[in-house]
Design a protein around this ligand. Structure first.
Ligand code: AN7
Length: 362
């Protein structure tokens, strides 16, 4: 069958009917890549898989939730949507709105979103407002607007967003035949960890994986140390991190993320910007997987917990060799500035064959 996106594939697990007009860019069905080189580099005895969500149509996991949110908005007769965003939600909302032929407005923190994301929102014709303020302040304004005007909220407080995003867990379980032992994931506004946990629980229950005991994974969420409200136990007024996607001081799905952590016997912890950049470079150099910095928080968290000796690496009931999945939420091309700052600059040479050959190292 030709692949037509997450709603067509997982229709029976989603709140859609025959009447729902499906607005899709054929999102989902993203690679689950075995990270052999990183396993070797770390010297681990478990299997590490990378769920590369940068392979979605607009380059981030947001497309899973957005196909649902925009399809339902159109079904309900909405002519306009709005979101606050650190960039990826804005890019995705703008693209799906363009496809649906509805109006899209996005409020972004001025100066704090990566260039790729800004260019997407602009090119897809969204009304882009750069707010003098941070993401949390932008979200507050957006919530106020949606309360008082006929415009649909497409932040992850919109329950359809979570419904769409939970399909990433379905794909992982379809691929592995069961759930992983640990699931590492970046945490910003905390919608994604909420969605994955919902997905694992529902799929385990509904599929009745009778050939396996379905043991749910431990959800391992990671915030950047300068913007880690859930870990610190209080909102952060001026969150700081180079991973601008997760520069969020007061996550909307705070309580649900804590529930996912507690029910799954997982953790929500911090990684430093230095640890994020290290993982960001490892993924690109060792696995050929280019992600944006926020996405590397999952691998950074895995490296941190492996070093601490905090992972149970014994064979589990389900997997003879423990299986770990890291979600990589967005594509590296989203944030070209950070890439150029993090890697070796190209050498500028004249058309001198000898010098070129020497530089190549032949
Ligand atoms: C690449 O676009 O919040 O914990 O406004 O873009 O579900 O918020 C982005 C979040 C991780 C965190 N990685 O996910 C937005 C926005 C990337 C992201 C997250 C985001 P949530």
């Amino acid at each position: 069958m030709i692949y037509k996106g997450i709603i067509e594939r997982y229709r029976k697990y989603l709140p859609v009917t025959e009447k729902t007009p499906i607005v899709s860019l054929f999102e989902g069905n993203t690679p689950l890549l075995r990270a052999h080189n990183i396993e070797k580099h770390m010297g681990v005895k478990f299997r590490i898989y990378l769920k590369f969500e940068g392979a979605n149509p607009t380059g981030s996991f947001k497309d899973r939730g957005m196909t649902m949110a925009i399809s339902k908005a159109v079904e309900e007769g909405s002519k306009a949507v709005i979101c606050a965003s650190t960039g990826n939600t804005a890019a995705s909302a703008a693209a799906y709105s363009a496809r649906a032929g509805i109006k899209c407005s996005v409020i972004i923190p001025d100066g704090s979103i990566a260039l790729g994301k800004l260019s997407q929102a602009m090119m897809h014709g969204a009304k882009v407002i750069a707010l003098k303020g941070n993401f949390d302040e932008a979200l507050k304004i957006v919530l106020e607007i949606t309360k008082n005007y006929p415009i649909t909220l497409v932040n992850s407080l919109n329950p359809y967003r979570i419904e769409g995003q939970k399909t990433a867990s379905f794909e992982i379980m379809d691929f592995l035949g069961c759930s992983p032992d640990y699931h590492f994931i970046p945490v910003g506004n905390a919608g994604n960890i909420t969605a994955y946990w919902k997905g694992y629980k529902e799929y385990c229950a509904k599929k009745k994986l009778t050939h396996h005991t379905c043991v749910l994974p431990h959800m391992m969420g990671f915030q950047a140390s300068g913007s880690a409200p859930i870990v610190r136990g209080k909102p952060i007024k001026n969150p700081k991190t180079l991973a601008t996607a997760i520069k969020i001081g007061n996550p909307a799905s705070w309580k649900k993320a804590e529930a996912a952590r507690d029910e799954s016997k997982g953790v929500i912890d911090i990684v430093t910007d230095a640890e994020i950049v290290k993982a960001y470079k490892l993924l690109a150099a060792l696995e050929g997987v280019f992600v944006e910095p926020a996405s590397a928080a999952s691998l950074a968290g895995l490296i941190k917990y492996f070093k601490k000796g905090s992972l149970n690496c014994q064979p589990s009931t389900v997997n003879s060799q423990p299986v770990i999945v890291c979600t990589l939420t967005g594509h590296g091309l989203k944030d070209p500035d950070r890439a150029i700052k993090s890697a070796t600059r190209p050498k500028v040479l004249g058309q001198d064959m000898k010098k070129i050959i020497k530089e190549i190292g032949l």
